[in-house]
Design a protein around this ligand. Sequence first.
Ligand SMILES: N[C@@H](CCC(=O)N[C@@H](CS)C(=O)NCC(=O)O)C(=O)O
Length: 215
Amino acid sequence: MALTLHMHPLASFCQKALIALYENGTPFEPHFVDLGNDAATAQFKALWPIGRMPVLRDDARDRTIAESSIIIEYLDQHYPSANRLIPADPDLALQVRFGDRFYDFYVHEPMQKIVTDRLRPEGGNDPYGVEQARALMQTAYGMIERDMETRTWAAGDAFTLADCAAAPALFYANKVAPFGETHPRLAAYFDRLMQRPSYARTVREAEPYLKFFPQ
Ligand SMILES: N[C@@H](CCC(=O)N[C@@H](CS)C(=O)NCC(=O)O)C(=O)O
């Protein structure tokens, strides 16, 4: 198998890459990384010293690709399929890349801040940072609510890279800052994401591990 995805099914940024792979039925080997295991962590860091998942290894082209957005761009360039996740039209592509950045920076990262704060050792919490993250996420929710008045997917009528970014970000954001009661159009968009076969499969595969999510 040419492509190996170093990942964990529970990890939200890994889910983002998985959605892209499943959208296009791209053959790949999943390699689970257990960051709780020192040997596995050392092996992973030999591949990508930053130590954050996902990482795609392409043996056929002898390339190691990190960062979920770049992995999806790479797949779109070198393993393209029917569902292009980045449109050919440059203006549309810019809109899609903007959506990807928006969900990563203003939903996904604040969600991670809230979740990882729960895992910090006693005395190491950052309540002010968490409060800021919550405020940022609420602003993002409001913007999505407004955008979803006229859109089916994050960047328009087609499912794209921006939706790959949105789905896991919103899945976990909804657990730490639920939006179902307050943002109906965002909630309807999230339902569409949950019903998308590529994401439904990703969530199914994460289910055995969801008990490890810090509630
Ligand atoms: N910007 C990176 C973020 C990757 C990331 O934060 N991955 C998390 C899992 S969702 C991780 O590996 N965390 C482990 C750690 O921080 O030690 C991307 O888009 O791939």
